[in-house]
Design a protein around this ligand. Structure first.
Ligand SMILES: Cc1cc2nc3c(=O)[nH]c(=O)nc-3n(C[C@H](O)[C@H](O)[C@H](O)COP(=O)(O)OP(=O)(O)OC[C@H]3O[C@@H](n4cnc5c(N)ncnc54)[C@H](O)[C@@H]3O)c2cc1C
Length: 285
């Protein structure tokens, strides 16, 4: 089905884009994957859309002051193959590998994926494990929001009308930190059922830091703090890992749908948490 007629603006500068977004009738449109599908189905009928890709530099990935800053228009493909990210923050490219099939992978952007806040999208698990910071701008706002606050509610992000997710900032990892993203996906939809991002730092033979982000198990992505606490200070033996991973579903209202029951999701989460931690630990120097 064809979409209805609408005006499409291609702002040349960030200021112009923000001005356009401050009009309640307008919305950003990075590529087209979700918005155009919704428009074709007439679930969304905006009278006008503004593109991000016409503003130069919004897809840049650069290292600055000990962190890596990723522009909102950086695509999943760009993130997967960025030499800087692969070398300095490998959890994000590992995660991006899974973010959608061929067409969406090359057109979909990190800014849209995180702003859209699909409860089964892959990035949130990694951004929580990385303790990422998100830079939000609008006509009257300019603030930094921690990923855990940005993603604190299911399918709602900490963006006010007219605001734009500008930059995603992730840390530069050192060689003592090992990372891994592990997921089970639904072959019918291609989307993630349960995804686990693990980030483990080792020193003197012990685990000194553990960060574990989970997507798909509950209505929103979350950090498995109980798993992290059970791991920190241990030697990371098989028993330590399996005891810690067993805690992943505790106190979590696990989702249940046609793909699988809440109990099945809990089991998948335990298994993949164990695997993700083992792999991350193996990669830590
Ligand atoms: C078939 C299919 C399979 C997929 N599988 C997966 C998967 O396995 N894992 C996964 O993680 N994802 C998956 N996705 C999602 C995909 O990764 C896209 O990122 C997602 O669809 C967003 O698409 P887009 O970049 O074209 O955004 P758009 O459709 O252009 O935008 C989505 C929404 O975000 C808003 N928006 C865009 N950019 C910003 C910004 N910077 N600030 C504020 N708001 C913004 C738009 O206004 C719109 O409301 C899949 C998508 C499809 C279609």
């Amino acid at each position: 089905m064809d979409s209805h007629d609408f005006e499409f603006s291609t702002p040349g500068t960030l200021e112009e884009l923000i001005e356009l977004l401050s009009d309640p009738e307008k919305k950003s449109l990075v590529s087209d994957m979700n918005v155009v599908t919704l428009m074709k189905l007439r679930f969304a009928t905006p009278s006008s859309e503004a593109g991000l890709s016409s503003v130069r530099g919004l897809n840049e990935i650069k290292e600055e002051g000990g962190s890596i800053r990723i522009g909102p228009a950086a695509t999943h493909l760009q993130i997967e193959f960025s030499p800087l990210l692969r070398h300095r923050c490998p959890l994000l490219p590992e995660t991006a590998t899974h973010a959608a099939g061929t067409r969406t992978h090359s057109a979909g952007t990190i800014g849209a994926s995180v702003s859209h806040s699909d409860p089964v999208s892959d990035y949130p698990a990694a951004l929580l494990a990385l303790e990422a910071k998100l830079h939000v701008v609008g006509k009257n706002s300019d603030r930094i929001v921690a990923a855990r606050d940005f993603l604190s509610k299911a399918a709602v992000v900490a963006l006010e009308p007219g605001e734009l997710l500008m930059e995603t900032t992730v840390p530069v990892e050192d060689s003592s930190t090992g990372v891994h993203y592990e997921r089970v996906f639904n072959p019918g939809s291609g989307f993630t059922v349960v995804g686990v991002a693990a980030r483990i730092r080792k020193a003197g033979g012990k685990i000194t830091m553990a960060r574990v982000g989970i997507t798909g198990l509950a209505a929103r992505a979350f950090r498995a703090v109980n798993v992290e606490q059970a791991l920190e200070g241990t030697l990371g033996s098989e028993t330590d890992i399996s005891n810690a991973a067993a805690l992943v579903g505790d106190g979590v209202d696990a989702k249940s749908d046609v793909y699988g029951s809440a109990e099945k999701r809990r089991q998948l989460a335990r298994l993949h948490t164990e695997r993700a931690i083992c792999e991350a630990l193996r990669k830590a120097a």
